[in-house]
Design a protein around this ligand. Sequence first.
Ligand SMILES: NC(=O)c1ccc[n+]([C@@H]2O[C@H](COP(=O)([O-])OP(=O)(O)OC[C@H]3O[C@@H](n4cnc5c(N)ncnc54)[C@H](O)[C@@H]3O)[C@@H](O)[C@H]2O)c1
Length: 340
Amino acid sequence: MKTILVTGGCGYIGSHTLVDLIQNGFEVISVDNHSRSTGELLDGVEAITGVRVKNYKADLCNMEAVKAIFSENKIDGIIHFAAYKSVDESVKEPLIYFQNNLTSLVNLLECTKLFDVPYFVFSSSCSVYGDVEKMPVTEDTVLTEPKSPYGRTKKIGEEIISDFAKTSATKFILLRYFNPVGAHPSGVIGEIPYGAPSNLVPVIMQCAIGAIPVLNVYGHEYNTRDGSCIRDFIHVCDIATAHTLALKKMFDSSVTDNYTIYNLGTGNGVTVLEAISAFEKVTGVKVNYQLTAPREGDVVAIYANNDKAKKDLAWEPVYNINDMMRTAWKWQGVLKGLVK
Ligand SMILES: NC(=O)c1ccc[n+]([C@@H]2O[C@H](COP(=O)([O-])OP(=O)(O)OC[C@H]3O[C@@H](n4cnc5c(N)ncnc54)[C@H](O)[C@@H]3O)[C@@H](O)[C@H]2O)c1
């Protein structure tokens, strides 16, 4: 049985991936300093799987602490989720983003060398594409200037891994997530917002429960189907599954590439107004929204070509936009009890 170190295992995507890994027979360990989370999602992971995951409450920027974890455990693979992820916060505090997201990555890469870790999966983001003209984007689409320091940490992170991979025996898969949303269908784990949410689905939830009076739809005269922005929403469980498949792909010794990138999106662009309407349809709850001016830094439309992940990883997203809204809403009911 292989042991996988999941960094950021107490966070949104990390916790869902722990579930998928456990259900696929992996041993898992988490390292998460709770800078953007609590331990609560691990209770949910246990409720779903029956397995209590051990979390090391350590800062990945602290190399001594990181080395201690590798000394104590024989780690066969790393899935590196831990990072700060708020675009708005990164604009205000760029240095903490560079410090946290890049130092943690460099420390982990150093550990792959020191402790002979053969497999590494990195959480990247469609934000590395910046403003792209031609849709859908493939992994070969030329990257433009990232729109935020957060996006830049992901782009630089990819470049660091690319340089390092040339010197390394470790295999690397980089997964560029589009817009992860929704929650585990059990309703037991989901996203716990840190600070005021700015992503569409958490904002829809906040508006639906009356925590915010009105949802601003930024931009309604773009050259899209209904004038609002287009995004590629992808269910968090589909994202989680892709990590398990990425590990399995790397175990195949006939695969010699040690640096491969995959887009993780459904391939279907959904407008902001269509997403709101899907939420209203599946829940019967009205969202009080208003059409407002475009927001600085927003990309008008972006959605993935996911052919490569489908072909190479045998990955097939199974959740549609209605499932995403339904599961997010179910989780919102649980969240009320968690967030005091
Ligand atoms: N959620 C999204 O919309 C999205 C989209 C694209 C890419 N990503 C990337 O996916 C990854 C996971 O995202 P998420 O939504 O699960 O985020 P999250 O904030 O829910 O989870 C990240 C976890 O990492 C931990 N962490 C952060 N810095 C750490 C450090 N130095 N040491 C130890 N732990 C640390 C936090 O406490 C948190 O629990 C991130 O790298 C993010 O940039 C997320």
